[in-house]
Design a binder for this molecule. Sequence first.
Ligand SMILES: Cc1cc2nc3c(=O)[nH]c(=O)nc-3n(C[C@H](O)[C@H](O)[C@H](O)COP(=O)(O)OP(=O)(O)OC[C@H]3O[C@@H](n4cnc5c(N)ncnc54)[C@H](O)[C@@H]3O)c2cc1C
Length: 370
Amino acid sequence: MSYDVVIIGGGLAGCSAARQLAQRGHDVCLLEQHTYPRHKLCGEFLSPEAQDSFRQLGVLDAVMAAGAQSIGRTRLTDARGATTEHPLPRPALGLSRYRLDALLFEAAGTAGVDGRSGTRVTGLQGSLAEGFVVDTTDGTVEGRMVLGAYGRRTRLDRTLDRPFLDESSPYVGFKAHYKGPGVPDTIELHSAPGGYCGVSPVEGTRANVCWIGRVDALKAAGGTPEAMLADLRQNPALEARLQGLQRVSDRFEAVSQVPLMPKDRFVDDVCMVGDSAGMIAPLCGDGMAMALQAADLVVPLASEVLRGERPAPSFRRAYDRQWRQTFGTRMRMGRWVHAAAFRPGAAHTLVRACQWLPPLARWLIRSTRG
Ligand SMILES: Cc1cc2nc3c(=O)[nH]c(=O)nc-3n(C[C@H](O)[C@H](O)[C@H](O)COP(=O)(O)OP(=O)(O)OC[C@H]3O[C@@H](n4cnc5c(N)ncnc54)[C@H](O)[C@@H]3O)c2cc1C
């Protein structure tokens, strides 16, 4: 069977785009390599604007019913003991990817999407003019259009020969769920030499603890996630927070080569959405909201192409322009704040400056999200 759209990757971008395209009357096939529910590496902090996308998608009630926690404040700390706390402009949410991705994949299915989990895409050929053939571990799928929503970095990037792979990334990330009394309704970001760690509430009175650092800091600490986290606990606020918490996840989720370098929005005629198009620094806590917003951007344009109302070159230009206008500033700010968080002196100056100048903190929060 041939589809109007084949979407590679059933994360936030892929599920949202799939559901919206199906609601517009298009035949959509959504291919996800894993099966749900499944734990994923992520800070699990959903920026306030994600709620607008969930509402528009018709899944906000389901997200709340899944146990999403309201998060009203942000707290930044550094290894020298400086700390600063500020209200968020609107409440954010905390929900595990274990619940969220399963819920979104199911919502795509109820809109009529042919969602196939456990199906990995291994290659593809074609164009918007000729149509595409997508190779998977379960046979081939044909489509008039392909959206790449397969996340930050996968083997498929190598198959598609994407230029961002020429640059290697020095970052590794880990996460686990913890339990303990009094997890506050706050997204905490604790900076330390070698990395930073986020702590925020998710469903079931749990805290998600997620940290990112350089691979050399991981090696110097002894090579294990526990040892790396122990090293980050030089930050006294992180140490105090973790003393009250006990790990409940039986293993750490891990990722290496976190790619924060710029990427292209198109590879030939394959349109990239979400992290496949560009990943914001994790400490902004905005990657999931951006993935949802990118789906909101691409869907009307893709629908016009499928109805024969927009030629392919205009699609490429319009999506690329809208993507840069919507996300360009926060991507740049994100890289800058991420770099500062890795330099103890810069992190200290930033935390102190936000402490003494609350408008600076508000500006930073605003400019690292939509
Ligand atoms: C350490 C860290 C912390 C983070 N913390 C936060 C945070 O607190 N808040 C936030 O908003 N963002 C955070 N992010 C970023 C966030 O996780 C991403 O921006 C977001 O998940 C992007 O969504 P996506 O749909 O583009 O990709 P993903 O959610 O990664 O989904 C891509 C999907 O594609 C599938 N896939 C991959 N390859 C194939 C293939 N070949 N065939 C079929 N399927 C495939 C994958 O299995 C996956 O399910 C963090 C990232 C990191 C690394």
